[in-house]
Design a binder for this molecule. Structure first.
Ligand SMILES: [Ca+2]
Ligand SMILES: [Ca+2]
Length: 246
């Protein structure tokens, strides 16, 4: 593997970890569409907004149970050079399989757990997660998983609480369902990326479909960019119609 490609994969991994739960998505999310340029505070914020938008829209579009597994990310500052180097080292030493990471939930969780232990051992501190744990999480009863250094907590919460958690000062993003999205290129939230989504992208392009909420619009922008070239146009629609991606 040549150097630029390796570097790109490392960056992809860092970004993947930083938006940790998105790695649990199935094959349709293209982690390689994330670039080095996203590794800035603004880029990260856009990522968080996208995921919060996903959660908001899922809650609106689905008759979900009122209480369910919820995952919260109280992020580590991944743009910190020391952390970045550590995550890169971990990626190389563990020979992380990026493709598997996006397809295999248990492998992803196992990788997160290992990385969490490694970063903790290397002295990385996550103050935000600590505050969240002490001030917010302590009031919840059913906690399934805690990754204190990376800053991921999976617990049982009411949907209304999940929405409110997005505004919590320690929280970057919230994913309801605990199960990670099957697809983040999903405009009708049926877990698949197909012609039905192409129709909605067309409507979004013609402004027949609009999202007034900032997060929801961030999600729509991300989800509509099927070929991940950072622009939404008719090519995305035809790509979907032709390929019929799962
Ligand atoms: Ca769909
Ligand atoms: Ca596109």
């Amino acid at each position: 593997m040549n150097k630029p490609k390796l570097f790109k994969r490392m960056i992809s991994f860092v970004l993947t970890v930083s938006l940790t739960l998105t790695i649990l998505t199935s094959s349709t999310i293209n982690v390689f569409s994330l670039e080095e340029q996203d590794l800035t505070s603004d880029g990260m914020k856009l990522g968080y907004s996208t995921l919060n938008g996903y959660t908001k829209l899922v809650l609106k579009n689905h008759n979900m149970k009122s209480t369910q597994k919820t995952a919260v990310y109280c992020g580590l500052d991944i743009s910190n050079p020391y952390t970045l180097v550590l995550v890169g080292l971990f990626y190389l030493n563990q020979n992380v399989d990026l493709d598997k990471l996006t397809k295999d939930n248990s492998y992803a969780i196992e990788t997160i757990a290992k990385l969490n232990v490694f970063l903790n051992k290397m002295g990385v501190k996550n103050k935000k997660a600590e505050e969240f744990k002490n001030n917010v999480l302590s009031s919840y009863e059913n906690i399934y998983q805690s990754f204190d250094t990376i800053g991921i907590y999976i617990f049982e919460a009411e949907n209304q609480e999940s929405l409110e958690l997005m505004n919590n000062e320690y929280v970057d993003f919230v994913l309801v369902g605990g199960e990670v999205p099957k697809s983040l290129k999903d405009m009708n939230f049926d877990g698949k990326t197909d012609k039905k989504d192409a129709l909605l992208i067309q409507k979004y392009l013609s402004k027949e479909l609009q999202f007034t909420d900032k997060d929801e619009n961030a999600y729509a922008l991300y989800a509509s960019d099927i070929n991940a070239d950072r622009s939404i146009d008719i090519v995305d629609v035809t790509d979907l119609q032709l390929q019929n991606i799962k």
